[in-house]
Design a binder for this molecule. Structure first.
Ligand code: 2NL
Length: 364
């Protein structure tokens, strides 16, 4: 019979009759408990259940079998010993539980500890997109000769996008085959097809002199292929003052081309037509591939078209209350995507917008 089996019998059955014997029985049980909990592999939860389980725990058995049936002479001593043992068992178990929890927390903390001597995690911070780089380069050039940058909305009214630019109601450019119109609005709205509306808005607001460039996204209703998207980037420029001549126009254009493509590149103006300029011109540069001798890229001509430009059509001044008798100016509109592709040898438009890092990394 083990010591703990004794709790299944009453004290009388065990032959315990004196206070000394009561005390020694409790002493023994305490020893049993201390031993169980001190075992290196002691599972505190099972020790706890053995001793404290409400139904079959040893302390419950002692209460039922020793205390309740105890003789009046021993009852008080049994109660006191039982309370002492219970307090001991509970406090040791509670101590053990906290110790185990603390140890678990400490080992978790040790696992998570940050080693400050390790090299940091390097994040790729990315680079400016080729189009942004080209915008920045174009802006740098025009800012260096006194232009300022103006930006405006991509959603516009037909008045600012067409009317005020001398593009009348039934002009083919206004066809909804070429322009995105926005449905469901009372007034007609559209996605601007060039950034010129902002030049009109600027002239409406401020008196001459005006020297501005307007960068931004513009939209044309086209089926996307290797040379077009339905959106492209543009920079338009406008200079208006009392004494601006064709020479200022030509000088500015030549300065720009040399800055953008290099000092060896030559420029030529070829007659063209835009409703908002008169005269109008296409600005060509000597071919960046063959240098002007003729190749496949320039179709043997030696020249590559860069952008459209011209002297502001006096009809435009009428829309912004500028005096066409007193004022003159020039304007130009360039496709940023096209210029970037030429300068950096990008063969197809979609490459610019797929955001494939293998492409983007070539232009750090
Ligand atoms: C092109 C080239 C051009 C302009 C844009 C302009 C703006 C005002 C007045 C006069 Cl407010 N002109 N912009 C001028 C010439 C060419 O763009 O290829 N456009 C279709």
């Amino acid at each position: 019979m083990t010591t703990t089996d004794s709790t299944k019998q009453t004290l009388a059955q065990l032959g315990v009759n004196s206070l000394e014997e009561v005390s020694s029985r409790f002493q023994q049980l305490r020893g049993v408990f201390d031993f169980a909990i001190s075992e290196p592999n002691a599972d505190w939860k099972s020790v706890r259940d053995t001793w404290l389980s409400r139904k079959s725990g040893l302390l419950s058995l002692i209460t039922d079998n020793w205390l309740k049936p105890a003789s009046p002479e021993l009852k008080r001593a049994v109660g006191q010993e039982l309370n002492k043992l219970k307090a001991h068992v509970e406090s040791v178990l509670a101590e053990r539980e906290t110790a185990i929890e603390t140890a678990a927390e400490q080992s978790a903390a040790a696992r998570d500890k940050i080693d400050l001597s390790l090299p940091g995690i390097e994040r790729a911070i990315g680079t400016r997109h080729l189009i942004r780089q080209t915008f920045d380069e174009l802006q740098r050039i025009f800012l260096s000769i006194g232009f300022s940058v103006v930006e405006g909305p991509e959603i516009e009214t037909p008045y600012y996008n067409f009317e005020a630019l001398n593009i009348p109601e039934h002009h083919p450019a206004r066809d909804n085959m070429d322009t995105f119109y926005i449905e469901g609005t009372r007034a007609p709205y559209l996605l601007r097809t060039h950034t010129s509306p902002m030049q009109i808005r600027t002239m409406e607001k401020q008196p001459p002199p005006v020297r501005i460039i307007v960068p931004g996204k513009v939209y044309r209703r086209d089926n996307p292929d290797s040379t077009h998207g339905y959106m492209f980037h543009q920079i338009e420029g406008l200079a208006v003052d009392t004494d601006i001549t064709f020479c200022d126009f030509k000088g500015t254009v030549e300065y720009f081309v040399r800055e953008f493509l290099g000092p060896k590149v030559k420029t030529r103006l070829r007659p063209s037509f835009f409703p908002f300029t008169e005269p109008s011109a296409e600005v060509d540069a000597t071919c960046h591939v063959c240098g002007g001798t003729g190749c496949r890229v320039c179709k043997q001509s030696g020249w590559i078209e860069l952008f459209g430009a011209g002297m502001v059509n006096p009809a435009v001044y009428g829309f912004v209350n500028y005096d066409p008798e007193r004022l003159s100016g020039f304007a130009f509109g360039m496709g940023v995507d096209r210029l970037a592709m030429m300068k950096y040898g990008v063969p197809e438009v979609p490459l610019l917008f797929q955001n494939d890092v293998r492409f983007l990394r070539q232009f750090p």
